[in-house]
Design a protein around this ligand. Structure first.
Ligand SMILES: Nc1ncnc2c1ncn2[C@@H]1O[C@H](COP(=O)(O)OP(=O)(O)OP(=O)(O)O)[C@@H](O)[C@H]1O
Ligand SMILES: [Mg+2]
Length: 318
């Protein structure tokens, strides 16, 4: 669920007026939006039309795009960001498939609940124990997950490092149809993670205001350079608690920007304890978080930024 006010904030518009005016001009406007309390909730079909015609974010063509989430440092917010972006993209009508490659299975639990135990994971698909479609679990409208089990720890024993990228591309992503694939990774530079990054159209890397997460980013960027990665790389600042904090992380990251070619998301994620509260819920409550929490607007901005870049990539390719 996304509201007109969240969209306005995420797009940096002064008022809801242009959004509501656009809605008024649509022939079937009553099907595309409804009032819930004081909020104007927008349906996915609304976004498709609005984003295509918006001057600020003319998101036209996003299909079969792969985004991997990376940092060599643990606990920076890779999985939380993946979950939030997945909810926003699917809420805007983009069919989104998330893949939890991390044996810890946090993304699986953030989306499906603390106590969820998956039947199949990527490992089972690689071993031929199930098809990729059998491993897929529906989370909500437009949102699906290939969950993780501890067996993912043993993928490198099941498939050789050389074969991994091709297997991922043809046997996993190639067998599915989605607008957006989001692949969450654990904080290592394992063969599995490098294979995931190598097939990505975009690597979304999450950075906090501390030297170890910037170092973690440097490790990823150096490795990708060695591998000749050609997709785009975007950094998101997470757990930011004010201007000073933002200035510090920007300063920390500047030498890396000068050395490697990557962009910074124009919006950042503020510290929001609502994220932790939701993750501790048994029912996969990241999907039903308080709509007015900070992370809702922040993650919507980041999602728009990511979709916008992917849309531009598609235009260049055409
Ligand atoms: N913006 C935020 N505000 C407050 N807490 C956050 C925020 N982002 C993430 N967290 C918290 O930080 C912790 C780590 O988050 P998360 O699991 O997303 O990190 P990660 O990078 O995926 O970790 P790992 O490397 O272990 O996979 C969690 O407890 C989460 O609730
Ligand atoms: Mg994680």
């Amino acid at each position: 669920m996304i509201t007109a006010t969240q969209l306005r904030n995420a797009m940096g518009l002064q008022t809801n007026e242009s959004i509501l005016k656009f809605l008024d001009n649509l022939p079937n406007s009553e099907d595309l939006s409804y009032k819930r309390g004081r909020s104007q909730v927008l349906e996915p079909e609304f976004f498709q039309q609005y984003l295509k015609s918006s001057r600020k974010n003319p998101i036209k063509n996003v299909h079969n795009k792969i985004v991997s989430i990376a940092n060599n440092k643990g606990g920076v917010g890779k999985t939380s960001t993946t979950a939030l972006v997945a909810y926003k993209a699917s809420g805007m009508g983009y069919k989104t498939i998330v893949i939890d490659s991390d044996p810890q299975g946090n993304l699986t639990n953030y989306l499906l609940g603390e106590e969820y135990e998956a039947e199949y994971s990527l490992y089972d698909v690689f071993k031929g124990y199930c098809t990729v479609k059998e491993a897929l679990v529906k989370v909500s409208n437009n949102l699906y997950i290939i969950p993780s089990t501890l067996d993912n720890e043993f993928i490198s024993e099941a498939v050789s490092a050389v074969a991994l990228p091709k297997m991922l591309k043809s046997n996993i992503v190639g067998e599915l149809d989605a607008d957006l694939f989001l692949i969450d990774t654990n904080p290592s530079l394992s063969d599995m993670n490098l294979a995931i990054h190598s097939i990505a159209d975009m690597i979304l890397t999450i950075v906090n205001n501390d030297s170890s997460s910037v170092k973690g980013l440097k490790h990823v960027l150096s490795k990708l350079e060695q591998l000749g990665y050609e997709g785009s790389i975007k950094a998101v600042f997470n757990k930011i608690d004010g201007r000073e904090n933002l200035a510090q992380v920007t300063e920390r990251i500047t030498p890396l920007i000068e050395k490697f070619n990557f962009s910074i998301c124009s919006k950042y994620m503020r510290i929001d304890n609502e994220i932790k509260n939701a993750q501790m819920n048994i029912n996969g409550a990241m999907g039903v978080m308080d709509m007015s929490s900070k992370c809702q607007t922040d993650s919507l901005s980041i999602t728009l930024d990511v979709l916008n870049d992917l849309s531009r990539q598609s235009e260049v390719l055409q």
